[in-house]
Design a protein around this ligand. Structure first.
Ligand code: ZN
Length: 464
């Protein structure tokens, strides 16, 4: 398996710290609002990575934190009159629902800040004891970046724009120093601690959690640290610095970052009204269709979300489900080696998704050709079924029944009406009233429904 290491800025061979094991940590959500498309892209990117590692024979452990104590949550609690805990629990639940809709598997470990206070305080205390941290007059505790000679080695070039994300205060020794602990006096958002009454800064939680749940007695605590490209500086640089200084070893062997998501404003406005929220996209499109679209662009590239591309991407997924209709499924059957080998190899090359998807396209085209020539060949149908199961397990696509997939987005009420019109058309046909039957077919077409007569009766689909 080859991955692109964002620190080395090149593709490198993945060599795990412990044989056949891969420990991954991905920065998770700050639960103060609904998840947006950027969250979806990051979660899908690392979900794919995890699945490909597993298909390559590694036992994976995925850790994804939940930031449930943060200024943004505190502000939301003040605005709404709710408690910090209520806000955090509500949006964490929403986040998990959205991720489930996108078929993103849950992490193995999902530590919360509120449950990791001992580990966080212990790491800050170690940094104080080792003179890497200092307290300013208001009680805030800062990390002294000048004491870490390797500071800057993760993000390399620190731009003026990224420096604007660093908080400024007169009492900091260096401009890049960052808060490990924020002193506070308000009830509800402060923890009584030997460090003083306060709450942790954002960066320290990931280092403390990685130390707690990552590998012990190893040269690195985790194999791969992942997150969005916007986290490289200052968040990941700071995580790396405080871990290095507290533990005397590097945090992660490899760093991987996914690209940004932008919205093509004008074209999006039709159905999503420029919303960046995943919940709005999920009202219009099924999670699997969104996942297929979001996963279809290489994780490192920037992503320009627009509806035209989404519909084009859906047409590609349609082909998979059309083939599924023709396949047979038998647990004894094996997929074609000539399909799965290049398919897996493409994914093992830093998740080369465009190559992997074109290999799927080729398999589908070839399978259809063979089925046209041998429509009754059961063995052929079973091998095609096994190929589809392989795709489903590796990428998460194709698990629905075909009929269900092609009827997505149709309400239960509309379904009843469609079934009634189909029944009426069948009665007209058996009464040899073909004019009426055609009129009913046109009525269904106007509703966006296409029908097909088959040996199993009349099948219908939503034509998008
Ligand atoms: Zn983090």
């Amino acid at each position: 398996m080859v991955i692109f290491d964002s620190v080395k800025k090149e593709k490198v061979l993945f060599e795990p710290i412990k044989e056949r094991q891969a420990t991954l940590y991905v920065c998770g959500p700050t639960v103060y609002d609904d998840a947006h498309l950027g969250h979806a892209r990051s979660a899908i990117s690392f979900d794919l990575l995890r699945r490909v590692l597993e298909a390559s024979g590694y036992k994976t452990t995925l850790i994804r934190n939940v930031t449930d104590i943060d200024d943004k949550i505190i502000n939301k609690a003040k605005q709404t009159g709710k408690s910090i805990q209520d806000i955090a629990e509500f949006y964490e639940k929403r986040y998990l629902e959205d991720m489930a809709a996108l078929l993103v598997r849950e992490p193995d470990i999902a530590p919360k800040v509120s449950e990791s206070m001992d580990a966080i305080e212990a790491m800050i205390q170690t940094l104080i004891d080792k003179k890497y941290a200092y307290k300013i007059s208001n009680g805030d505790i800062y990390f002294d970046t000048s004491k870490d000679t390797n500071y800057g080695t993760v993000s390399k070039k620190i731009s003026d724009e990224s420096m604007s994300r660093v908080t400024h205060t007169d009492e900091k020794k260096n401009q890049k120093d960052f808060a490990l602990w924020k002193a506070c006096t308000e009830d509800g958002s402060c923890f009584a601690s030997p460090l003083g009454k306060g709450r942790p800064g954002w960066h320290i939680e990931c280092s403390a959690m990685i130390e707690e749940y990552g590998l012990k007695d190893a040269p690195y605590s985790i194999d791969i640290h992942g997150g969005g490209a916007d986290l490289l500086f200052p968040h990941h640089e700071n995580e790396a610095a405080q871990s290095r200084c507290a533990t005397n070893h590097e945090l992660a062997k490899y760093w991987m970052h996914n690209g940004f998501v932008q919205i093509d404003g004008e074209k999006m406005s039709k159905s999503l009204g420029n919303s960046f929220f995943l919940k709005d996209a999920l009202k219009v499109y099924d999670g699997e269709i969104l996942r297929f679209y979001l996963a279809g662009i290489h994780y490192r590239s920037d992503f320009n979300f627009n509806e035209e591309d989404l519909l084009a991407s859906k047409k590609r997924l349609d082909k998979l489900y059309r083939l599924k209709k023709r396949a047979l499924f038998d647990t004894q059957s094996h997929p074609n080696e000539s399909f799965i080998k290049p398919f897996l190899e493409a994914l093992q090359d830093d998740i080369n998704i465009s190559k992997a998807l074109s290999i799927i396209d080729e398999m589908i085209a070839k399978a259809n050709e063979q089925l046209d020539l041998n429509p009754k060949d059961k063995e052929l149908k079973k091998v095609i079924g096994a190929n589809l199961i392989f795709i489903q397990e590796l990428l998460g696509f194709g698990a629905k029944e075909s009929a269900q997939y092609f009827q997505l987005g149709v309400s239960e009420e509309d379904k009843k009406q469609i079934e009634a019109l189909i029944q009426e058309r069948l009665e007209a046909k058996s009464a040899k009233d073909f004019t009426k039957a055609d009129t009913l077919r046109d009525t269904l077409a106007k509703m966006g429904i296409s029908i097909m007569d088959s040996s199993e009766g009349t099948l219908w689909e939503r034509a998008l």
